[in-house]
Design a binder for this molecule. Structure first.
Ligand code: PLP
Length: 384
């Protein structure tokens, strides 16, 4: 859409732009940099969310996302919220008040899931690991044997605070052997790590638009199993805003969502899903993510810095870097900002001794090399 700078109100745009204009190359934990094509489609004029155009967009987006998640048996649901909305939905729709959920915690976002469980009047049984470690199948099996009364298990697929990727296929197998519901927080995994909804027998896997798909924040998406809908249909007081059966009804009958959705974000997501296909499909796209994160890990190791994630469980979307004794993560973060690179601060219990480098969204390998060469100089300087 063209801006008309001949109008009296032209300064309104310029004033806000001055506040927010891009100053940094982003290696953040999210929101991340977006493909220019995504930003372009999002600036088109609005239309009714009950129009034929909106219905076509909605249906096409569900089909493309379902294909990406290999969720032939799952219902794709779009929420007008951030990803956390699906934590609330998973719990309220399937677990009776006062009943238990096994929450696996390997960092700050596992803790968030436990908070959501408790805040909704359900009880969280916690299996927690030290920062940098992943949950192992035998530990999960053992905990489920000791807690046969839990209704569901939550797994953070990719823990953004520690840069650890949990072994989801193996963990999913254990959850299913115990015949429990499986909820997967894939907020910083979806679009960056493989998800095979049908094959891994997941019940609900969710993410946010502002991470590995590289879309602005405001939209959450999930694939949801038939089992969840069966249970939810009988669940009293499951709320309205995140009522999963209501969303399924609107998918079918209205080709839309119960309340007004963030149409620009849905358009942006649709463009990204097409970009993925045009770039050669899911495997090629995920290979790109793997290569980005490997380049970053190899680069920081060469500088003598540590990786928080235990070997074999490193995230393909974000790296938590451990700084040497006497250095603070925040100092590296600040020095890189001065050079025009926005990394991510350390988070949660490891905030002080780490900083993080995200590789989600729109970036090139030249951007990564440029960031690493600046980081090398910053680290040398801070080492003194
Ligand atoms: C793993 C993980 N889970 C949950 C969240 C919360 O997502 P949102 O802010 O979209 O609600 C985040 C956000 O960074 C995350 O990284």
């Amino acid at each position: 859409m063209e801006l008309r700078f001949d109008m009296d109100y032209e300064d309104a745009y310029r004033e806000v732009y001055e506040m927010v204009k891009p100053r940094y190359k982003l290696f953040t934990a999210g929101p991340v940099a977006c493909f220019p094509e995504v930003l372009a489609i999002m600036s088109t004029q609005m239309f009714s969310h009950r129009s034929a155009e909106a219905k076509a967009l909605h249906t096409d987006t569900l089909t493309r996302l379902g294909r990406f998640l290999e969720a032939g048996r799952g219902e794709i649901i779009l929420f007008p919220s951030s990803g956390t909305g699906f934590m609330e939905a998973a719990v309220r729709n399937t677990v009776p008040r006062g009943e238990k959920v096994l929450v696996t915690v390997i960092g700050a976002f596992g803790k968030r899931f436990a908070d959501v469980v408790e805040a909704n009047g359900r009880r969280a049984v916690i299996l927690e690991k030290e920062p940098g470690q992943a949950i192992k199948p035998e530990e999960l099996d053992d905990t489920l044997k000791k807690n046969p009364d839990v209704h569901a298990v939550t797994i953070t697929y990719n823990e953004t605070s520690t840069g650890v990727l949990n072994p989801l296929p193996e963990l999913a197998k254990v959850v299913k052997e115990h015949d429990k519901l499986l909820f997967v927080d894939a907020v910083s995994a979806m679009g960056g790590a493989d998800i095979r909804f049908d094959e891994w027998d997941i019940d609900l896997v969710f993410a946010s638009s502002q991470k590995a798909f590289g879309v602005p924040p405001g939209l959450a998406m999930a694939a949801v199993s038939g089992r969840v809908f069966e249970i939810a249909g009988k669940m009293p007081e499951r709320g309205w805003y995140f009522d999963l059966p209501l969303y399924r009804k609107f998918n079918e009958k209205k080709k839309g969502t119960p309340s007004t959705p963030p149409l620009p974000q849905i358009m942006g997501l649709n463009v990204v899903l097409r970009i993925i296909e045009k770039m050669g499909g899911k495997k090629k796209w995920l290979d790109m993510y793997r290569k980005r994160s490997e380049t970053i890990r190899n680069g920081v190791k060469e500088m003598g810095l540590g990786i928080l994630a235990e070997p074999g469980y490193e995230s393909p979307t974000i790296t938590a870097v451990v700084v040497p004794e006497g250095m603070r993560g925040i100092d590296v973060y600040n020095a890189m900002r001065e050079r025009g690179f926005e990394l991510a601060k350390g988070y949660g219990s490891v905030a002080e001794k780490t900083f993080r480098i995200g590789n989600m969204g729109y970036m090139t390998f030249e951007d990564i090399e440029e960031m690493l060469s600046n980081l090398r100089e910053v680290v040398e300087k801070l080492k003194g």
